[in-house]
Design a protein around this ligand. Structure first.
Ligand code: BGC
Length: 415
């Protein structure tokens, strides 16, 4: 055997041996962050993962709110080929845990002291029978109203603080030829507006009873009739092309002055920021009229997979996700605030400061509530039953009285 061949062969064997001992962490990551602001945010995680020697395989499934991503996930798990890491949140984490397909990431949580840096309300969502089964990235707020600053000032309108003011402002804008409410007619967007209206009109106790406790009397109450009445009024404030429009295209309508307002979680702010818009200058943020704070915590769950490289990838990802630097940079881009309590907010804008303050105040006042529309309050079947009614009402001339009856029936049948 000539010596050249020996040395090449030896080198190859050595490389293989080194590869087996130090397999690079691998992660196939399923998520639905595909808009401008979202893509910029998730890129931060990918960069940190690559920077630590990991190999990231991206599996983005477009579709706001994640319905399409969850369908893709089900198909992958059924086929016995689960992705390594999945954007998953709220009770869906527990639902997948009960299927026996989630990996335990308690070792990372303990080594990095998650219990000391995450508020208990967030940590509880990440635990499955006492083990850590998900890693939180942020706190998004749902009950926001976004506005084009110029359009408001040109029309002599201030950010509305009551629903009556909102309706009056919207009527004035409509008369001036501006679309009052930028909206995309997709079921989850209808549900997003609906839960903000429900909290605003009914208050925190009403929201809790209706969308957390599923109390039948509250679901068909006179207050719920008023909520649907306001939804009917809102329907009159959207343009005729709203059907099927993606949420970020609705945000773009506010950016370019075609529309005045959008009611959407603060991932909309991520979109304004990615387009170079400044809060308080180009766009305005305010909580939707009424008390309370609807939270939506994005998180990642790791699915049971084979192979040291993939398992290492899961542990590395979990560590990075709750890492202090990631929580800052990701959330500066995403429009949300960090899940960790020890990340300084100095570099964050005024909307983020409002969010942090309102979250703390509503936590004290008992009005910090999980979003039903974004999968934090209910399991899939119940949330889906409510959203079906909300969207059927919004897209027809159904009366509010019929809607509340249908709502109570749909929820009862889903239990
Ligand atoms: C997620 C956000 C995402 C939004 C739009 C929400 O359910 O929590 O992270 O930006 O959907 O896709």
């Amino acid at each position: 055997m000539n010596s050249k061949f020996v040395s090449v062969a030896t080198a190859a064997i050595m490389t293989m041996a080194a590869g087996a001992a130090n397999a690079e962490p691998q992660a196939e990551v399923l998520h639905w962050w595909t808009s401008g602001g979202e893509a910029k945010s998730v890129a931060v995680l990918q960069q940190e993962f690559d920077g630590r020697g990991g190999t990231w395989t991206d599996m983005p499934v477009a579709g706001g709110g994640g319905d399409a991503a969850m369908t893709a996930l089900r198909a992958r798990v059924l086929a016995g080929n689960a992705p390594t890491a999945v954007q998953l949140k709220g009770p869906a984490i527990q639902e997948w845990y009960e299927e026996g397909v989630l990996a335990d990431i308690s070792s990372v949580a303990k080594a990095n002291g998650w219990a000391d840096v995450l508020p208990p309300s967030i940590a509880n969502h990440m635990k499955c029978e006492g083990t850590w089964c998900a890693a939180p990235v942020n706190v998004h707020r749902i009950d926001w109203i976004w506005a084009n600053a110029d359009v408001l000032s040109k029309n002599g309108i201030k950010m509305p603080t009551t629903w009556a003011e909102f309706n009056a402002a919207a009527a004035k804008l409509q008369a001036a030829g501006v679309t009052p409410l930028a909206h995309g007619g997709q079921a989850w967007q209808d549900a997003t507006v609906f839960e903000a209206v429900a909290l605003g009109i009914g208050g925190a106790d009403f929201f809790q009873k209706a969308f957390v406790d599923l109390d039948p009397a509250t679901l068909k109450s006179d207050t719920m009739v008023k909520v649907f009445d306001q939804m009917r009024t809102m329907r009159g404030f959207v343009d005729s092309n709203f059907s099927g429009r993606d949420w970020n295209l609705a945000t773009a309508m506010v950016m370019n002055g075609e529309a005045a307002f959008q009611i959407m979680g603060d991932w909309a702010k991520g979109e304004f920021l990615a387009a170079g818009k400044k809060p308080g200058v180009d766009f305005l943020c305010a909580s939707t009229p009424g008390e309370g704070f609807l939270y939506n915590v994005d998180s990642f769950a790791m699915f049971s997979v084979d192979g040291k490289d993939k398992k290492d990838g899961q542990l590395l990802l979990a560590e990075l996700i709750v890492g202090k630097n990631f929580q800052k940079v990701f959330n500066l881009n995403k429009g949300s605030i960090p899940a960790r309590v020890d990340v300084a907010l100095d570099e964050f804008d005024s909307c983020a400061h409002t969010s942090a303050k309102d979250m703390a105040d509503s936590n004290k006042g008992g009005s910090l509530l999980p979003s039903y529309a974004h999968g934090m309050a209910l399991r899939g079947a119940q949330a889906g039953a409510i959203t079906d009614v909300v969207t059927a009402h919004f897209n027809s001339d159904m009366s509010s009285a019929d809607a509340v009856k249908m709502l109570a029936d749909a929820v009862a049948n889903s239990l």
